[in-house]
Design a protein around this ligand. Structure first.
Ligand code: R1P
Ligand code: GUN
Length: 304
């Protein structure tokens, strides 16, 4: 067991030398990491929540907190981006046992896609069956406003076009099938529930439903890229989430995704406006309470 842990630590998994893919951790390695964490906490989570840029405030709603920094977990990628605290928070949220990731890692930080998604498999082997993912995203749909919350109904996996996919590599059927479906990834029942809760909270005016895409980042999109994305039916764009969702679906989790529209994408050449991370974090600050209230209401209402 000890040497396995050392191997996980020593594997130094990085995509910087490759094309964004690496050999994934084996089932036994993921199991070791999950069991090791469970030895340290009392909570036995059923819900997993991943908080996007500036959205970690959801962790404040968790009671009976038990916290483990990512840096203390072998193999866990540590986020290097402002707005991503890098803490795993266990506890109670609206009567449910949750594990919440305050921050995530991204492809553009140099992590392989299989490493970015390791926490999702760890969650699975800790007993999580429902995953709620949140992110900050640029609004591609011209009808969207800064501060809108978009319930994700589908995604457009741009890195997948270049064979960057967390499921590339040897497949272990104990996680899931070799060729999983990606359609229907965003649970219809959860989406309906999210809409109902948004209505009850009086959020109708700024809650939407749409299609999310993720690019590799860290550069934001060009005008032409934004126009292209709109042509294929994309409503919001970011640099995360899709790999996590693919891994979650592969291992049978039910998924809900929420995008906060933090900025409008630039679609006019010679525009004086530019996307920037300060604006992203500022919008997240402005809307974090609404997003938290919506996510909490959804967690409360989901029956497992
Ligand atoms: O997707 P999250 O982690 O919310 O963050 C989004 O915001 C950052 C860019 O401002 C990028 O990391 C992008 O992916
Ligand atoms: N790719 C991308 N990611 C974002 N994250 C927050 N805003 C944006 C954006 O406009 N584009």
């Amino acid at each position: 067991m000890r040497s396995l842990k050392r191997e996980i630590l020593a594997s130094g998994l990085s995509a910087l030398k490759g094309n964004g893919n690496i050999e994934p951790h084996t089932y036994e390695e993921v199991e070791t990491i999950a069991n090791d964490i469970l030895e340290k906490v009392k909570c036995r989570p059923q819900f997993g929540i991943i908080c996007g840029s500036g959205l970690g405030g959801l962790g404040d709603l968790v009671s009976n907190k038990e916290i483990i920094p990512y840096a203390d977990i072998p193999g866990f990628p540590v986020s290097t981006v402002p707005g991503h605290a890098g803490k795993l928070i266990f506890g109670d949220l609206e009567g449910k046992k949750v594990v919440l990731m305050q921050g995530r890692a991204h492809l553009y930080e140099g992590y392989a896609v299989q490493r970015i998604t390791l926490p999702v498999r760890v969650m699975k082997l800790m007993g999580v069956s429902v995953l709620i993912v949140t992110n900050a995203a640029g609004g591609i749909n011209p009808e969207y406003s800064v501060g809108d919350i978009m319930i994700i109904k589908d995604h457009f996996n741009v890195p997948g076009f270049a064979a960057v996919n967390p499921l590339i590599g040897p497949n272990d059927e104990r996680f899931g099938p070799r060729f999983p479906a990606a359609s229907g990834a965003y649970d219809k029942e959860f989406r309906e529930l999210a809409k109902q809760k948004a209505k009850e909270l009086g959020y109708d005016a700024f809650v939407r439903e749409g299609v999310y895409t993720c690019l590799g980042g860290p550069s934001y999109e060009t005008v032409t890229e934004c126009r292209f994305l709109r042509l294929v039916g994309v409503d919001s764009t970011g640099m995360s989430t899709i790999p996590e969702v693919l891994v979650a679906r592969h291992c049978g989790m039910r998924v809900l995704g929420l995008s906060l529209i933090t900025n409008k994408c630039i679609v006019e050449h010679d525009s004086k406006a530019f996307a920037n991370h300060e604006e992203v974090l500022e919008t997240a600050r402005m809307r974090t309470n609404h997003l938290q209230a919506l996510a909490a209401a959804i967690v409360k209402a989901i029956k497992i």
